[in-house]
Design a protein around this ligand. Structure first.
Ligand code: PMP
Length: 433
């Protein structure tokens, strides 16, 4: 079989950077990215015949591990009925219902194909509904690659140390206000100055694209109250956290008990069970502004694709309380082992948490990381040697310090022990960086 090195060399002649999504090029950690050929449970297998315990889980979708039999079966049987009809199908309503049953305040849904499409539509809808132009976002939050939200966007832009993207017009950038995360005074000041022009505040339910950052107690509730008081909408981006941080995402750990809901949510990743499906949902009054009922246009040839719907339904049906209890427990074990190994090796760090999602930040033990400026100020150079030590021990981590680590219900003790065994050497590598 062709090796990853050969495949990567060829891919670089065919695709910019050899990839179809930037972080896959290993830009910040260096080296040849393994080209994956199959995945099962907690493991990935590459073109060179290596197996890895996977801590990326397809960046979230593989909640039940790879190739879960229930999802595979649902997909196979959907495939046998045809791939795409360009018409409505019974399963779209079933998946919508599964989401509505879990997240408070979802009265209508619209299926799309990617998280980017979901946030792009939510932004347009918020503008159409309020008749206002400005969008508030937080530095370090990533919401997909739509023009209006690429400023200080975290994720791949943080990895590549880019302030934003070329190709976004000055006029578009001027309609996005970028504020520091967790900074209530900045929100109050922005509304005092521009209150009647702000269509929406968009926030990750818990930021996971500048590494993980915990929302301070009541921060999302404060955003919900402030937007409502000012006639603006709150868009809660649950693309990454949705159906992962809990059965009802990070909202399930906060809003559900605090008693607030956003006007709009965006979903992706887990909701599609590994196939390209995402969605937005929220208050009927706002959602009904979408075409064909309302004046805000949105459409999609493959939206609500029957194979993707089948995968999503199977995934959410099998995302039981036991699944979340398992992932929560394994996450705590791994956080403990990670911090123990780093402490033993004398590496200053903080473990950044949002429910079972977490990441490590280096040189930040005194205060932890609360916003993008603090995330960028960390000793990020310690991550590449840590990452490569883990990779050579057969553990596949996110290839950037600015990304969350993902577990699944398939991460059993055997897989966890492989990770634990690999940590001391990786911690030493981080120490000597
Ligand atoms: N929102 C958040 C919070 C995300 O993490 C991502 C992707 N990582 C997106 C939106 C965009 O989703 P997609 O990559 O499916 O366009």
């Amino acid at each position: 079989m062709t090796s990853s090195a050969e495949l990567f060399a060829t891919a670089q002649q065919l695709m910019p950077g050899g990839v179809n999504s930037p972080v896959r090029a290993f830009g910040s950690v260096g080296g040849v990215p393994p080209f994956m050929v199959s995945a099962k449970g907690a493991y990935l297998s590459d073109a060179d015949g290596n197996d890895y315990v996977d801590l990326v889980c397809s960046w979230g979708p593989a909640l039940l591990g790879h190739a879960h039999p229930a999802i595979q079966d649902a997909v196979h049987s959907a495939v046998d009925r045809g791939l795409s009809f360009g018409a409505s199908t019974p399963d779209e309503g079933k998946l919508a219902r599964l989401v509505m049953d879990r997240f408070g305040g979802v009265e209508r849904m619209r299926m799309v194909s990617t998280g980017t499409e979901a946030t792009m539509t939510a932004v347009r809808l918020a503008r159409g509904y309020t008749g206002r132009d400005l969008i508030v976002k937080f530095a370090g939050c990533y919401h997909g690659h739509l023009d209006s939200l690429l400023a200080a966007a975290g994720s791949g832009l943080a990895t590549l140390a880019l302030p934003g993207s070329a190709g976004v017009t000055a006029a578009t950038a001027a309609e996005t206000l970028v504020l520091a995360y967790n900074d209530r005074e900045a929100i109050t000041a922005a509304f005092a100055e521009h209150g009647d022009k702000i269509a929406a505040v968009i926030t990750e339910s818990a930021p996971c694209n500048m590494g993980v950052v915990t929302p301070e107690d009541g921060f999302n509730k404060f955003l919900a109250e402030t937007t409502t008081a000012n006639g603006a909408l709150l868009i809660l981006d649950e693309v990454l956290t949705g159906f992962r941080a809990s059965d009802a995402g990070y909202w399930g750990l906060t809003g559900r008990t605090e008693g607030w809901t956003p006007d709009l949510y965006t979903f992706g990743k887990v909701i599609g069970g590994g196939l390209p499906t995402a969605a937005l949902g929220g208050r009927a009054e706002v959602m009904d502004y979408l075409s064909p009922l309302g004046p805000v246009y949105q459409a999609g040839t493959l939206s609500g694709n029957p194979v993707a719907m089948a995968a999503g339904i199977a995934q959410l049906t099998h995302a039981t309380p036991e699944v979340y209890a398992h992932i929560d427990a394994k996450s705590l074990e791994l956080q403990g082992a990670l911090t123990e190994a780093l402490t033993e090796a004398g590496v200053d760090h903080s473990i950044q948490r949002a429910g079972n999602l977490f990441s490590v930040a280096f040189g930040t033990s005194e205060t932890g990381v609360h916003n993008y400026a603090e995330a960028q100020a960390q000793e990020a150079y310690r991550y590449a040697p840590f990452f490569h030590s883990m990779l050579s021990s057969g553990i596949y981590l996110p290839p950037s310090v600015f990304e969350a680590w993902f577990l699944s219900s398939a991460h059993d003790d055997e897989a966890m022990n492989k990770i634990f065994d690999a940590l001391p050497a990786a911690a030493s590598a981080a120490a000597s960086a």
